[in-house]
Write a protein that binds this ligand. Structure first.
Ligand code: BGC
Length: 381
């Protein structure tokens, strides 16, 4: 089913600009592999390529990033996100549903799926032990969005995806209208913009859930990535990974990434919050005031030279080190999704914020517009 498209134009362009660089053409997933209809709605795969040859592929099934080809130090391109080669693979029950989609309405966990808003209690679906995770078993990641391609005035490309989430879906109140825009800039940034409105008060916290591996293959662990997180505190949790409500300092703990540190260096540390999560799976409270736009994290892989910078207007970021990966499923190019071979950097409000008045407000009301921007920017060193 997979038809291979060799991306030659970008390679030729690069070859012309840097005659000595080693240029490897790369293989994009064919749109035909996603050409199907689900619940009467057409599924599509969109491809964006920038003037440097960087490419992003996005499907409207789950508003999901499928491939992200970025330049490495040696001039070759690496696909730095997990994904699968066809829509059939994404629908296979054995595959990881959180591979690349937008999750929501509320990303991460809500305690027992319950919260009270304006005096009324709501019960969401339960899909993670006794809790609600990533919007539930029928969250945004499982929906077919309306999608279209856009060429911007500066010649960059975008994919605009919209979804109407009906009142009561997964237990959430209000008809919610959400638009997610992926833009691939000519500065090698993948910009993900979110906008949402509602006709009744609701809670919202959508985020992008890509697993990155800056080696470009899961044959190598992400433990070698050198990570910096610009956060002086985090939100400790109970054993079900529900925040206790405390905001604790990272000082003197293995969660202190204020200086660049290899992910694997302290991942087995004897530190209670890490034992509960079986590694890193925490919400960092980013150093910022209000909704300022700030650099949340810098990730560097010494072997490929790829540097990824995560910038956000959100107050928090979940860094998940792939502690539940078991190698049972296989992604693009035969990559086994082994233990700790993908890392997620989810810019977000804090998990379970609807149940913690001291956390940033997650409520969206009629007449307001929810907005979020996250940028994954790529370079080499
Ligand atoms: C959560 C993990 C969860 C994972 C699912 C992350 O956002 O923090 O606890 O296992 O998503 O892939």
């Amino acid at each position: 089913m997979k038809k291979v498209i060799t991306f030659i134009a970008g390679a030729l362009l690069l070859a012309a600009c840097t005659p000595k660089a080693q240029v490897e053409p790369y293989e994009l997933i064919s749109a035909e592999a996603f050409d199907t209809t689900l619940n009467g709605q057409a599924v599509t795969l969109f491809t964006m390529v920038n003037k440097n040859g960087m490419a992003a592929q996005v499907t409207n099934y789950g508003a999901r990033l499928v491939s992200l080809w970025v330049p490495a130090r040696d001039g070759s391109f690496k696909d730095v996100v997990w994904g699968y080669e066809s829509i059939a693979d994404y629908l296979d029950p054995g595959t990881d549903v959180y591979s690349g989609p937008v999750v929501g309405r509320y990303g991460n966990r809500i305690n027992k799926g319950r919260f009270t808003l304006d005096g009324k209690e709501y019960q969401l679906t339960i899909n993670d032990g006794e809790n609600h995770l990533h919007g539930g078993s029928g969250g945004f990641w499982s929906k077919v969005w309306q999608g279209r391609s856009v060429i911007n005035a500066d010649s960059s490309e975008s994919v605009v995806l919209t979804y109407q989430s009906p009142d009561g879906e997964e237990g959430y109140p209000g008809n919610l209208s959400i638009t997610v825009t992926y833009t691939l800039t000519n500065e090698n940034q993948l910009v993900i913009g979110y906008e949402a409105t509602t006709d009744a008060p609701t809670v919202i916290n959508p985020t992008s859930h890509s697993y990155f591996n800056l080696h470009g293959t899961t044959a190598q662990s992400t433990n070698s990535h050198v990570l910096q997180i610009n956060a002086g505190s985090f939100t400790p949790t109970d054993a079900g990974l529900i925040p206790t409500g405390e905001i604790a300092s990272v000082e003197g703990t293995p969660l202190d990434f204020r200086q660049p540190t290899p992910i694997g260096e302290r991942i087995e540390a004897d530190f209670e919050p890490m034992k509960l999560a079986k590694g890193y799976d925490h919400n960092w409270v980013l150093d910022k005031t209000g909704s300022a736009f700030s650099e949340a994290a810098v990730v560097y892989e010494p072997a490929t030279g790829i540097v990824m910078t995560v910038t956000t207007d959100q107050p928090g970021m979940q860094f998940y080190s792939g502690n539940f990966m078991d190698g049972k499923d296989t992604g693009k190019r035969g990559d086994k999704h082994n233990f700790r071979t993908g890392v997620a950097f989810e810019t977000q409000n804090f998990p379970d914020a609807p149940n913690h008045p001291n956390f940033p407000n997650p409520v969206l009301r009629p007449g307001e517009t929810y907005m979020q921007t996250c940028i994954y920017a790529f370079g080499t060193k």
